[in-house]
Design a protein around this ligand. Sequence first.
Ligand code: ZN
Length: 103
Amino acid sequence: MRRRSKKPKWQLKIAKERIDILFELAKKELKKYPKRSRRYVELARKIGLRYNIRLSKERKRSFCKKCNTLLYIGKTAKITSDKLPELKVVKCLNCGEKKKIPK
Ligand SMILES: [Zn+2]
């Protein structure tokens, strides 16, 4: 039986760096090239999955799970509900997906 091999550390390091770079690029391109920006987020997520790298909480919250748009209130997202005391609901303006974020 083949053991699920663990990726060597140096590979994980490179993968993490690539994720950082992709998120940076996604931020940069968001305004001018939203499609490209979404593609970068998608790639970053794929790398994370392949190498079993967890994204930080902040990072996970920063994009739409459904369409990979980076969410910025007032730009690509808006808060639709502020009624719940400990949650805010952020709506992605690209695909309409709603995301609950603890305050
Ligand atoms: Zn979306």
